[in-house]
Design a protein around this ligand. Structure first.
Ligand code: PLP
Length: 449
C-alpha cells in the first residue's frame, strides 16, 4: 500500500489530536509502518529520525528489545485486572521502584492513565487533603504564566497557554496566575539565577496574599515545555519549596515532560534538592510505549485519607485502566534500563554534543536565543534578532522548518516558531549533527521572503 492510499483511509475516518484537519488537504499526513531505534519508517520505505521522541515520550528507541521482551512476557501472564480490590506484580514493582528513585519522602504512588489525568489526581488530592484536615477554605490553585499541564478541564484551567486555553475559558475553574521566571525575558547580562530570584518576588507576594484560600502551587520544574520550551533556574524551585512550607500550601511538581532524565538529572526537582508534595509522572514512564501516569505523594497526605469507611474521607477517584499491567511492566523495564546502563551519565555527554551542534544557531540573523537544559535544546526563531519581534504566527514559519526537515528525513515538529531537539537517549553523536544540520537548512528556508 502506498502512503497516499493509506492516508486516504485515515483521513476518511480519523480526527487527529492538536490538528486543524483541513491542513491535511494540503500537507500529507505520514503513515508510519514501523519504528526501529530512533527511526520511523513510512509505507514507502522513507525514514524519519524521531528528534522529538514522539511528543517527548520515547526514551530508548522504538521497538526497544528490552522493553519488547518484558511486554511479551507480561502479555502471556496478565494483561490487565481491576485495580480496586486487586493488585499484581508489575504494579507493585513499579511503585516500589518509583518510590526508590524519586526524592526521599515521596512514599505513595497513585496510578492514572495519562499526563492530564495525573494532574487532575494531584489537584483533587491536594484539595481533598485540606478538606479532610478541616481546612475547607483552601480551594484555589496558583499557576505560572505560560505553563501547560494538559487538556482535560482541570488541567487546562491550571495551564496558561492561550492557544489551548482561551476557547474553553468559560468552562474553566478560576485560578491565580503568577508572572513566571521564564529566562527568555531576563535583562542583557542578567543570569538565569538572578532573574529567577527576581521573579520569585511575585510568587512570594501572591502566596502571602492568598495563602489562606490556596490549596497548591502547580509548576513544571525547570522547563515549560509546551510553552515554547522556556527555561529557568533551579533556585526558583528552592525558593518556592521554602515559601510553600511557610504559607502552608502544597507544591505539585508536574514532571510529566521533564521527568526521566530530560533535564540532565533523573528528575528536575533533584537540581533544586527539593521534595514536592505531589509529583506527576507520565510520558517517559513507560519508555514511550503505553499510556500510564503516576502521582507520587507523601505519607502525610496519604494518612489524611486513611480512616474508617463511614468517615467518607477516601479518595474515590478511579480510571478503568488504573494500574494496567502491560503499562506498569513497560515502566519497570524502563527504570531498569536507567539503573543498569548509566543513562544519566551518558546523557551528560550527549547533551554537550547537542549543545555544540547547535552553537552556530546563536549567531543566526533570525535566532533570538538558543537555550538548553540537559537533553532539551530550543532555538527561538524571530523576525528581528535585535528587538526580538516574533514572526506573525499566521505565517507559520515553524511549520516550514517542519516540512523541510521531513523532506530530509528528520521529525522536528516545532512549537510555533521554536524549533527544539528532544531526542531519544539512544541517539548517536552523528545523528545529533544530522538533526542540527537539517534544522539549520530548514530555518534558512523558513526565513526566506
Ligand atoms: C508538563 C505537562 N503536563 C501534562 C501534560 C499532559 O499529558 P498528556 O498529554 O499525557 O495528557 C503534558 C503533555 O505534554 C505536559 O507537557
Amino acid at each position: 500500500m502506498t502512503n497516499q492510499a493509506f492516508s486516504d483511509r485515515d483521513l476518511a475516518v480519523l480526527w487527529h489530536p492538536c490538528t486543524q484537519m483541513k491542513d491535511h488537504a494540503t500537507f500529507p499526513i505520514i503513515p508510519i509502518k514501523k519504528g526501529q531505534g530512533v527511526w520511523l519508517e513510512d509505507f514507502e520505505g522513507n525514514h524519519y529520525l524521531d528528534a522529538i521522541s514522539s511528543w517527548w515520550v520515547n526514551l530508548f528507541g522504538h521497538a526497544n528489545p528490552i522493553i519488547n521482551s518484558a511486554l511479551k512476557d507480561q502479555l502471556d501472564t496478565l494483561e490487565h485486572v481491576i485495580f480496586a480490590g486487586f493488585t499484581h506484580e508489575s504494579a507493585v514493582r513499579l511503585a516500589e521502584k518509583l518510590i526508590e528513585i524519586t526524592p526521599d519522602g515521596l512514599s505513595r504512588c497513585f496510578y492514572a492513565d495519562n499526563g492530564s489525568s495525573a494532574v487532575e489526581v494531584a489537584l483533587k488530592m491536594s484539595f481533598h487533603y485540606w478538606r479532610n484536615k478541616g481546612q475547607a477554605k483552601k480551594i484555589k490553585f496558583i499557576t505560572l504564566e505560560n505553563s501547560y499541564h494538559g487538556e482535560t478541564l482541570g488541567a487546562l484551567a491550571v495551564g496558561n497557554v492561550p492557544l489551548y486555553k482561551e476557547t474553553y475559558a468559560p468552562l474553566l475553574m478560576d485560578v491565580i496566575t503568577v508572572p513566571g521566571p521564564d529566562c527568555y525575558y531576563r535583562e542583557p547580562g542578567e543570569s538565569w539565577a538572578d532573574y529567577s530570584i527576581r521573579r520569585f518576588a511575585l510568587m512570594e507576594q501572591t502566596l502571602q496574599q492568598h495563602a489562606e484560600s490556596v490549596s497548591a502551587v502547580i509548576i513544571e520544574p525547570l522547563v515549560q515545555c509546551a510553552g515554547n520550551m522556556r527555561m529557568y533556574d533551579p533556585v526558583y524551585l528552592k525558593l518556592l519549596r521554602t515559601a510553600c512550607n511557610k504559607y502552608n500550601v502544597h507544591l505539585i511538581a508536574d514532571e510529566i515532560a521533564v521527568g526521566f532524565g530530560r533535564t540532565g538529572t533523573l528528575f528536575a526537582c533533584e537540581q533544586a534538592k527539593i521534595k514536592p508534595d505531589f509529583m506527576c509522572l507520565s510520558k517517559g514512564l513507560t519508555g514511550g510505549y503505553l499510556a500510564l501516569s503516576a502521582v507520587l505523594t507523601t505519607n502525610e497526605v496519604y494518612q489524611a485519607f486513611y480512616d474508617n469507611y463511614q468517615k467518607l474521607t477516601a479518595f474515590l477517584h478511579s480510571h478503568s485502566y488504573t494500574g494496567n499491567a502491560l503499562a506498569c511492566r513497560a515502566g519497570v523495564a524502563t527504570i531498569g534500563i536507567f539503573q543498569e546502563q548509566n543513562i544519566i551519565e551518558k546523557n551528560t555527554k550527549l547533551s554537550k554534543v547537542m549543545g555544540k551542534a547547535a552553537a552556530r544557531f546563536i549567531d543566526h540573523p533570525h535566532v533570538a536565543e538558543v537555550r538548553q537544559t540537559g537533553m532539551i535544546l530550543a532555538i527561538e526563531m524571530v523576525k528581528n534578532k535585535h528587538t526580538r519581534e516574533p514572526y506573525p504566527w499566521q505565517e507559520r514559519r515553524g511549520l516550514r522548518v517542519y516540512q523541510y526537515a521531513l523532506s530530509k528525513g528528520v521529525l522536528l515538529r516545532p512549537l510555533g516558531n521554536v524549533i527544539y531537539f528532544m531526542p531519544p537517549y539512544i541517539v548517536t553523536e552523528d545523528q545529533l549533527l544530522l538533526i542540527a544540520e537539517v534544522a539549520w537548512q530548514g530555518i534558512q528556508q523558513a526565513v526566506k521572503d
